[in-house]
Design a protein around this ligand. Structure first.
Ligand code: ATP
Length: 238
């Protein structure tokens, strides 16, 4: 048996009132890998991310870096090294790029965030150029970079990325997925949720296919990409 995964989710059940959105989901995210979760609209991908982050209450076990996250609130999860880039990006449109980034560092000491800000600007030179611009006036791709940059300000070990390519043109999707690969090279572990299955599988180590709140299939991303039962429904034909 290999080393324990950085994130180990077992039998996760998440409900919205009477609606069970996740019905016993188990996924493992090894340290240093990109693991993608693919699935149709409403499969439960966002619910999974929000449950791991602690935004939504859930039943089951979530173990992170060897310790249970049971009862650990959102801030505690951030402090332990988990950051979420939410699907809607949740930027403050009428605040500047730099102010949005600083909000991502609210749990960090003031001396520390200066260096982190510089690291984010080095990774995203476009954000440095536009640091005084209002976030709401950025292009879609720039807004996604800002959302990722803000999450990086918390110095995550595990980055939860919820549909980073949503609404972006194919060339920009490429840029964003290249950034995700660079983050992995820099030692960040990534759990990636995508509807853009083919592109996300191409950069992932492992993959899970979610269908109506359950894992339908899992394995190495290269094998999932070739799975014939998926080509029609998720991968846009052969
Ligand atoms: P998408 O790609 O469209 O975002 P998803 O795979 O992320 O889909 P979820 O957003 O996790 O799916 O939704 C899973 C299920 O839970 C869906 O049936 C959805 O209608 C339901 N659901 C999500 N949010 C709520 C809510 N706030 N109240 C009630 N039901 C919800």
């Amino acid at each position: 048996t290999g080393p324990a995964p950085l994130l180990d989710v077992r039998d996760l059940v998440t409900r919205y009132g009477r609606v069970e959105a996740l019905s016993g989901v188990s996924i493992q995210v090894p340290a240093g890998q990109i693991v993608s979760v693919i699935g149709a609209n409403g499969a439960g991908k966002t619910t999974l991310m929000n449950s791991v982050m602690g935004v939504l209450p859930s039943a089951g076990q979530i173990t992170y870096a060897g310790a249970s996250l049971q009862g650990v609130p959102l801030e505690g999860r951030v402090a332990r090294g988990i950051s979420l880039v939410p699907e809607r990006r949740d930027l403050f449109a009428s605040m500047t790029v730099q102010d949005n980034l600083q909000l991502g560092a609210y749990l960090r000491r003031r001396e520390a965030w200066r260096a982190d800000l510089d690291a984010v600007y080095t990774r995203f030179p476009r954000l440095r150029e536009r640091r005084a611009q209002l976030a709401g006036t950025l292009s879609g791709g720039e807004q996604q970079m800002l959302a990722i940059g803000r999450a990086l300000m918390a110095r995550p070990k595990l980055l939860l990325l919820d549909e980073p390519s949503l609404g972006l043109a194919p060339l920009i999707v490429r840029d964003i997925l290249n950034i995700v690969q660079q983050l992995r090279q820099d030692g960040v572990t990534v759990l990636l949720v995508e509807q853009n299955a083919r592109a996300s599988l191409a950069i992932s180590d492992q993959a899970y296919v979610l269908e109506t709140g359950q894992v339908k299939l899992s394995g190495p991303a290269s094998a999932i990409a070739k799975d014939e039962s998926l080509t029609a429904s998720y991968l846009g034909g052969a």
